[in-house]
Write a protein that binds this ligand. Structure first.
Ligand SMILES: NC(=O)c1ccc[n+]([C@@H]2O[C@H](COP(=O)([O-])OP(=O)(O)OC[C@H]3O[C@@H](n4cnc5c(N)ncnc54)[C@H](OP(=O)(O)O)[C@@H]3O)[C@@H](O)[C@H]2O)c1
Length: 249
């Protein structure tokens, strides 16, 4: 696509098929909503059939849903064979955060943290990228822990750094498909549901107050970054930080 065509197309995803792995909730669901609002058809996949069904029902007939456990490589391969060609791949799947100081970190558990966030992302790109159409893109998900780790975030920060290196390597290997990643700060989603409601609100409030923008992120704030990366045609291998200024303070 020429730069002029990119400008003309800005704001348009009509006729585009967008695959959202982890699209049933939080950031992924917000990306699905925004992509659909711009004319795309969303293909949502995640492991909980009921959540997938509810997400699809909220997208006004512009989405299809698939139950897919991303910890199973064969299922990922079958999923991409089944859905056929598409335009943009968005990977936002993630499970509840396990944070621990190094001395209390069990290595077996630490290794499992990489299963969904790294190995499943790698498998999704391996089996999904051959089906991506011309001018398509891939957006992975990392987090600012790689740049601004806190005590107890050793494993989480390592996964984020790994995803960022993966993003750059894939951008080189899969060109001309563009491969980028979005790096959110703290966002109000189900990811924090292993805390009780009171602790969670306290976290959102105290983190929010400490940030230049005065609040934590909402899924819609972050979703705009993924949509931007689908629409513009010139960034690849980049990590787009959307964190309310967290890395600055
Ligand atoms: N929220 C934050 O503060 C924050 C900050 C930085 C980075 N992130 C990253 O952003 C991404 C999205 O998180 P979120 O905040 O939007 O959380 P979320 O609302 O909990 O969404 C996570 C999604 O992952 C899916 N998922 C979980 N396990 C899966 C599996 N085995 N197979 C397939 N799908 C699976 C979930 O659906 P099912 O349960 O149906 O499988 C859900 O759709 C994650 O990678 C997270 O680490 C979030």
């Amino acid at each position: 696509m020429t730069p002029k065509q990119q400008i003309e197309n800005h704001g348009e995803l009509s006729e585009k098929r967008v695959v959202l792995l982890g699209g049933s909730s939080g950031i992924g669901f917000a990306v699905a909503q925004q992509a659909v609002a711009r004319g795309a058809r969303a293909i949502i996949a995640s492991s909980n059939a009921e959540r997938v069904k509810q997400a699809v029902a909220m997208l006004d007939g512009k989405a299809e849903g698939h139950t897919l456990d991303l910890s199973n490589e064969r299922d990922i391969q079958n999923f991409f064979q089944k859905i056929g060609h598409f335009d943009h791949l968005v990977f936002t799947a993630g499970d509840a955060l396990q944070l621990n100081v190094l001395a209390a970190t069990e290595l077996a558990q630490a290794r499992r943290v990489f299963e969904l966030r790294y190995w499943a992302a790698l498998a999704a790109v391996k089996y999904g990228s051959p089906h991506i159409r011309k001018d398509g893109s891939i957006a992975l998900t990392t987090g600012i822990a790689s740049r601004r780790p806190q005590k107890g975030w050793t494993v989480a920060a390592s996964v984020c750094g790994t995803i960022e290196a993966l993003t750059r390597a894939l951008a080189v290997e899969l060109a001309p498909i563009r491969v980028n990643a979005v790096s959110p700060g703290v966002v109000r989603t189900n990811l924090w549901q292993n805390m009780n409601a009171e602790e969670r609100e306290h976290l959102f409030e105290s983190v929010g107050k400490s940030l230049p923008v005065g609040r934590v992120g909402e899924p819609d704030d972050i979703a705009q970054a993924y949509v931007f990366l689908m629409l513009e045609g010139f960034s690849t291998g980049q990590i787009l930080v959307v964190d309310g200024g967290t890395v600055l303070v």
